[in-house]
Write a protein that binds this ligand. Structure first.
Ligand SMILES: Nc1ncnc2c1ncn2[C@@H]1O[C@H](COP(=O)(O)OP(=O)(O)OP(=O)(O)O)[C@@H](O)[C@H]1O
Ligand SMILES: [Mg+2]
Length: 287
């Protein structure tokens, strides 16, 4: 009797669409809490983003999104909780510590210098880290062209002052800068809020390229159309808590809106089998 050599089937991955990708996340946060005086902005929030993944962080005004991003970027450290980068616990007490760990944040107001050209902006601040080694102009220009090419960013010239660029082009320069700094995690706070249709498209393409390069990307957005176009997973915050996690491929905008607003989930979701009915605010969509 032939012995059955088929390996035993191990534990199957849960087919639930809201499960995050397997493996250790690039960035993982656990039990993050933060208060501003009497205002509790974050309650025991867990968060994770994997290599080559775009996570959309959504929620109504005051939900705690920016506060969470500020914890990651070292701008406003948490009162409680732990942060792990590639499985190793890290402290992020200030923005310099975040940068050293490869965490880069691109804000809507973009810390670019209008009067400097693209190359100068891309390398601005680098001297802080390598002040003994002066970067020569030709090398900087070569590196700038390489990174802009790899991201498929089209600019009139790398010698154009950024003041003359469109909003989308400026946003692209800011993102390219984070690539030049060899970011592992890129946080984008409302990257398309002020942009027109074509510019928005350019920035969304850029976000896809970051993912294709294996970076972990977090995008805060109020624009659900953008979210649906570019993210892999959505994490929903409400009143300082993480209230839902959704695989974008198995989710409708209505489900996300319901989680954002705290609508009666069971009633709204009755026709869709992909998201479990919430037992309480902390478990909508599973996490
Ligand atoms: N520096 C601060 N001082 C006091 N309270 C603050 C501070 N920053 C945030 N908060 C409070 O923390 C809560 C979360 O704010 P946060 O800015 O994180 O929200 P958000 O989700 O980013 O909202 P929005 O979509 O409006 O940007 C709010 O109640 C807010 O008033
Ligand atoms: Mg905010």
């Amino acid at each position: 009797m032939a012995e059955n050599t088929t390996p035993a089937v191990g534990e199957m991955m849960s087919p639930q669409p809201e499960q995050p990708p397997s493996g250790e996340p690039r960035l993982r946060m656990q039990g993050i809490s933060k208060s501003f005086g009497a205002v509790r902005a974050l309650f025991n929030v867990d968060f994770e983003v994997h290599d080559g993944e775009v996570v959309g962080l959504v929620g109504d005004n005051g939900a705690g999104k920016s506060t969470l991003i500020k914890v990651i970027s070292g701008v406003g450290p948490a009162d409680e909780g732990e942060i792990f980068l590639e499985g190793k616990q890290v402290q992020i007490p200030n923005p310099q510590a975040a940068n050293r760990l490869g965490i880069e944040t691109v804000y809507q107001d973009l810390a670019l210098c209008d009067n400097l050209d693209v190359v100068a902006n891309l390398f601005l601040g680098r001297e802080e880290r390598s002040f003994l080694r002066s970067l020569d102009e030709i090398d900087m220009e070569k590196q700038a062209l390489n990174v802009l090419h790899s991201l498929d960013v089209k600019l009139p010239s790398t010698r154009t002052p950024v003041a003359t660029l469109s909003g989308g082009q400026r946003q692209s320069v800011a993102v390219a800068k984070s690539i030049l700094r060899q970011a592992k995690v890129v946080l984008l706070d409302e990257p398309t809020a002020a942009l027109g249709v074509a510019q928005t498209r350019q920035v969304l393409n850029l976000i896809r390229r970051l993912r294709d390069q294996g970076l972990a990307v977090v995008v805060i957005s109020h624009n659900l159309a953008d979210v649906f176009e570019v993210v892999d997973r959505v994490i929903v915050m409400r009143l300082g808590k993480r209230v839902g996690t959704f695989d974008i491929k198995a989710t409708t905008p209505e489900q996300i809106v319901a989680a954002i607003t705290g609508a009666e989930f069971g009633q709204l979701m009755a026709t869709n089998g992909t998201v479990q009915e919430a037992q309480d605010n902390d478990s909508i969509g599973g996490k």
